[in-house]
Design a protein around this ligand. Structure first.
Ligand code: FES
Length: 145
């Protein structure tokens, strides 16, 4: 390989390498507006759909935050009528977890949870709090009580 091509190839790899990890850890966060009454939050199913470059795409995750609560709820779409609602409150010492790829990671001490809220790695030893969800044709309901 010529020296010029070697440098070009190696620099391309060196420049791209940091972004591989970054892309893996970056998950776009979308907050839906929810309406609530009687211990139930209502979110439109259409909040999982967006348009990019004239193509319809779907999100796997949508976040919801009640005005008077400190921690958001992450809604994970398993299928059209099956959603997991996890409170982003780390069960170790109460930091807010963050979605990284398909896991919730706590920035405080490194606990990790699956996208269904199950503990994958300590120091947390309890799963994230999850809420029952139900659906109809148009909406998803998160039952808070
Ligand atoms: Fe989350 Fe400690 S508060 S790991």
């Amino acid at each position: 390989m010529e020296r010029r091509n070697f440098i070009k190839n190696c620099c391309g790899i060196a420049l791209a390498a940091p972004f591989v990890g970054l892309l893996d850890s970056c998950t776009s966060i979308y907050y839906a507006s929810a309406t609530g009454s009687g211990g139930k939050l209502t979110i439109k199913k259409s909040d999982f759909i967006y348009i990019k470059k004239d193509k319809t795409k779907t999100r796997d995750y949508v976040f919801v935050k009640e005005d008077d609560k400190n921690f958001p709820i992450c809604l994970y779409k398993q299928s059209c009528n099956n959603y997991i609602a996890s409170l982003m409150f780390c069960t170790h010492q109460g930091c807010e977890t963050a979605l990284q790829g398909d896991r919730f990671v706590c920035p405080c001490h490194g606990a990790e949870f699956s996208n269904t809220g199950k503990v994958l790695q300590g120091p947390a030893d309890k799963d994230l709090k999850t809420f029952k969800t139900t659906t109809d044709n148009e909406y998803i309901y998160i039952h808070l009580v």
